[in-house]
Structure formats: C-alpha cells, structure tokens
Design a protein around this ligand. Structure first.
Ligand code: FNR
Length: 358
C-alpha cells in the first residue's frame, strides 16, 4: 500500500507482516515463550484512564522536552533493535535519516547492521545519538568499542541489563535460519539445531552474564558520557540505580523478548511512583514496551516519565526506507489530519502532529 494510506503504527505493522521475509518477521515480531509480557505491555495502557479537564485553551501545544540534555521536538526516541538491514538495505542509516526533521534521538544497538560511526555520519551533525551497550565478557573489547562510540559523537550509553541470557522466542525458533545472517559483533552464523533456528540466540554469545552493580565502576572509568540502565523492572532496582548515581533508567522488559511474565512496563512506572517517587527528581525515567499511540506516551509523561522509547514500530516503518520513518514520526503529507497547520508555529504544529500520528 502507498505510504500516504498509512496513518498509525499498526498500519506499518500490518504491512510488515504481509511483506517482510518470513524469517525477518519472525525475528522482529517474536517475544519470549507465551508472550504474556509482550501482549500486556500494550494492553495494560487501556487500563489507565485519563481525567480530562475542560475549558482550557489548547490552541498551542508544546511537545518539546529535553532528553539527556538534548533539546528535542517530541518526548520519544528510537530504542535499539538489532539487524535493521534485514528489513531495508539502508538499515540503521535509513532510520537515522527519517528522524532528522524532528531531531528524534536514536539509541543504536550493539548488534546494529552498520557500525556506529557510519550511522551517525549518515546525517548532518547535531542529531542526538546514544549507544546501547551489551557488556562483552572481554572487557577490552567493550573499552575499544566505547572509544569508537564516543568518537562517533554519542553522548550516552544505555547498558542493557534485562538480557543476561537470551529469551526463548518460539516464533523465531520455529522458522529456519538462513546461513547468510551473521551476528554483527562476533560474525557468528545463524544455525538450525535442536532448539530451532532462532536468530536471537546467535546474537549475544559475547554478552557477560556475570555483570553486576559493581561493574558500574568499570563503566565509569571507560566512559565519560552519560549512563542509562535499560531494563529496570522493579522499584528496588530503580532505587539502587538512583543511589548508584546513573543519569537515567529505562523501565523495560525488552519488549517482552527476555523474561516472560515480567510486569508490563507502564505497571512498573506505577510501581515506581508509589514506592520510590523520590527517584524521579534524581534521574530521568524512560519507559518502553508496547507504546504505539500518542495517548500511551502522554500517560507515561503524566506518570512522571521524562520520555518514552519505541522499538518495533521503527523496524516496521523503515520497511519504506527513511521516508517511511519520517511519515510515521510526522506525516506532513496527511494534511487532512490537521487542515489548519499553517496557522501556528511550524515546529509546534509538526510536534503535535507527531503525537497524533503515533
Ligand atoms: C530489540 N530490543 C533490543 N534491546 C537492546 O537493548 N538491544 C538490542 O540489540 C535489541 N534488539 C532488539 C531487536 C528487536 C527485533 C526488537 C523488537 C527489540 C528491545 C528494544 O530496545 C525495546 O526495549 C523494545 O523493542 C520495546 O518494545 P516495543 O516498542 O518493540 O514494543
């Protein structure tokens, strides 16, 4: 279908389901075991209701905020996903280019199809980039990578802490792997064995499953930028992160791909508000998992999140290349959604559109 006919994230997902190679769809869409967490990430949003207030002047809506010190037009960012080239030859570069109009931050995966310096330099300077780090068993390799990441211009690392071992993603296991797919960090080839053909399993053989809170000291020595822990799933750990002095946390369960029956991410946000409200003044709290609508984003902001992240929707939108990403973020072409957009400040208007569109 033409891009102009797509008006929400689900539309992109539907096209992806029908057009992506079977294995790519299985890898991107799959989640761990029974997919309870995956499904609840999304459906739990419908259990939270607004209390709309009326008779307020809403002509001017400002969606600008800051994320880790960067001024951004919208309170969301792209969260890391491996192997974007499976969906489009431009891969991560296509996503980066599609974000440039709205200056949306992009946290690029350790397992990206393109090296970080190539992704960052594929767009004009000034666009915010972060890097997602899986800590390598061989710390020297992580140290060298972090140097490269800094030189490329990333200002923060998001250390993923919810996947010390790969999740069991059965939909991915059931579709045979094609030997042409390699794990970006190790070059390991996809295999079909008695467990199945899961791509997820070959990707993370280098990840150090012994990683603990003490390793934050090592990280601070090896990285002088901001540090975010991605994959916090309890108020206890959110508190420990604040005490450890990190700059931010992502309340996340890896989009349901890691440990099934971890709580839905917005439920974790509610738990933190109730059990450790003080952390919201000490660090930036982000949420990801199942965010597909502007109202999902708004609910997270109302509950104290600084911003949110989206994973799969960007994989599905780059199916149409950079243009698809831009269209999903901010469909300027869909003027019927916002006929009087020329009446107000261009930037604010486009930001307002973005939330509608998402
Ligand atoms: C991911 N995610 C992920 N996270 C991470 O820290 N490093 C990674 O390499 C990946 N890779 C990855 C691949 C694919 C195909 C998916 C779908 C996800 C998790 C991702 O960053 C994010 O936490 C979730 O995708 C958020 O959930 P939604 O928005 O996809 O529902």
């Amino acid at each position: 279908p033409p891009l102009s006919s797509l008006i929400n994230c689900d539309d992109f997902e539907e096209v992806a389901r029908n057009t992506l190679a079977k294995k790519t769809w299985a890898f991107y869409s799959s989640a761990a075991t029974d997919c309870y967490t995956y499904e609840r990430n999304r459906s739990f949003f419908s259990r939270i209701w607004f209390r709309p207030r009326i008779l307020r002047d809403v002509r001017k809506i400002d969606t600008q905020t800051t994320i880790l010190g960067h001024k951004v037009g919208v309170p969301f960012m792209v969260h890391p996903a491996a192997l974007v080239k499976l969906v489009h030859p431009d891969g991560e570069k296509g996503i980066a280019r599609g974000l440039s109009k709205e200056n949306v931050p992009y946290c690029v995966s350790s397992n990206a199809s393109y090296p970080i310096d190539e992704v960052v330099s594929s767009v004009p300077k000034g666009q915010p980039f972060f890097f997602q780090l899986y800590v390598n068993k061989d710390r020297k390799q992580s140290e060298a990578l972090l140097k490269k990441v800094r030189q490329a211009g990333c200002t923060a690392v998001f250390v993923t802490v919810d996947a010390p071992v790969p999740g069991k993603r059965e939909a991915d296991e059931r579709v045979s792997a094609d030997a042409s797919t390699n794990a970006p960090m190790t070059g390991a080839q996809a295999v079909n064995d008695k467990k199945g053909g899961g791509l997820g399993r070959i990707m993370g053989s280098y990840i150090d499953s012994s990683l603990s809170w003490d390793d934050l000291q090592w990280l601070r020595k090896s990285w002088d930028g901001k540090i975010v822990l991605k994959g916090i799933q309890s108020a206890e750990d959110a508190k420990m992160a604040a005490e450890a002095g990190v700059d931010g946390i992502v309340l996340s369960n890896h989009g349901g791909r890691s440990l099934d029956t971890s709580p839905p991410s917005v439920m974790m946000l509610l738990e933190c508000q109730r059990r450790c409200p003080e952390i919201f003044d000490r660090l930036e709290v982000y949420v990801d998992g199942g965010i597909r609508r502007g109202t999902d984003i708004l609910k997270c902001l109302c509950l104290g999140a600084k911003a949110v992240g989206l994973g799969r929707p960007f994989l599905y939108s780059v199916n149409y290349g950079a243009e698809g990403v831009d269209h999903m973020v901010d469909s300027k072409s869909n003027s019927f959604l916002n006929p009087d957009r020329h009446d107000t400040d261009k930037h604010q208007q486009s930001s307002k559109m973005s939330l509608k569109q998402v």
